[in-house]
Each structure stands twice: as C-alpha cells, then as structure tokens.
Design a protein around this ligand. Structure first.
Ligand SMILES: [Zn+2]
Length: 169
C-alpha cells in the first residue's frame, strides 16, 4: 500500500484546492468519496491505488439531478483555477445518466468524444482540462498525473479500470 513517506500523494493538492474553492463560496454539496484504494486483482497499483484519482459524490446522492450537473460544472471550474503545474491532461469519469451522457449505451472506462456530453458548458470545461470517459453511476471520478512529464494518457484503449473494492456510493 501507498507509503506517504516515500510517495507523493498526487490527489491531496487537488482535493485541497476543491475543498478551499467550495469553502470560499460556502458550497456544501460536495462529498469527497474514496480516493486511495488497494491494488487491483492482478496486484497492479495504478490510479486510485497510486493516489492519482478522486471520486466525488453529491450530498443528495443521485447524479440524475440537474444539481449534480451543476456541481460537476462547478468543480471543473475550480480545476481551471489550479496552478498550471497541476493542470496537465486530466481524465474525468462521468456516469451514463442524468445530464452527463444521459442513458446512452457506451462502454465504460474508455475515452469518448466530449461531443457525447449533453451539456455545452461541461463540454467546454472538459475540452479545456483533459478528456472524459463513461464511468459508474452517481459519482465524478477525476484522474491526473501531474508529476509525470507528459500526463496525456488519453487513448481509445481502456483509460481507467475501477479497482475491485469500488463501491458505488
Ligand atoms: Zn474512481
């Protein structure tokens, strides 16, 4: 498991920035869900295990709501204000529901065109920050690798796989 003594937890400055930005606006809907998890079934430690991903939920729980879209737009807006060093190609997992992709039949965890997103503001923000892929319901997943020289890991291959301990809450 990740040892903070010899491993930079890349999620922490991002979480801090989101929390501080929300605090300034007295916005209280965001729930910081899981971020560091164990290795996957094959023993690989990437993504959540490596401290490079965050899952965010909404206090009202459902991502079907317009409030969930508004929360995600707000969070991505916060991310555009990050210092440049953190703003390398970020990956966003958004659900196949509500005002995100709607209930489309798309393959999860594979990067897709932002044109598949229903909301224009959201499309613009993702285009500015990185790439998007369909993910499990009721959360926003953010992945990043700002320590790497070239963080652009967008491919049409699987961009992300949830670990086995994932819970959809
Ligand atoms: Zn996740």
């Amino acid at each position: 498991m990740l040892n903070p003594n010899n491993h930079i937890i890349q999620a922490l400055p991002i979480i801090h920035h989101i929390a501080e930005s929300a605090k300034k606006e007295d916005y209280k809907e965001i729930i910081i869900g899981s971020f560091i998890r164990g290795a996957d079934k094959k023993g690989a430690c990437t993504g959540h295990c490596a401290g490079r991903c965050i899952d965010l939920n909404i206090s009202s729980r459902s991502f079907e709501s317009v409030a969930a879209l508004q929360m995600v737009v707000r969070i991505l807006g916060y991310l555009t204000n990050l210092p440049d060093k953190y703003k390398k190609s970020m990956g966003f997992g958004m659900p196949l529901q509500g005002q995100f992709f709607g209930h489309q039949n798309l393959t999860k965890y594979k990067g897709v065109s932002t044109t598949l997103l229903k909301n224009e503001e959201l499309r613009k923000l993702v285009n500015q920050l990185g790439y998007v892929f369909p993910d499990n319901d009721n959360h926003l997943h953010i992945q990043f690798n700002w320590l790497s020289k070239s963080a652009s890991n967008y491919e049409t291959e699987v961009v992300y796989e949830e670990g086995e301990s994932y819970e959809n809450s």
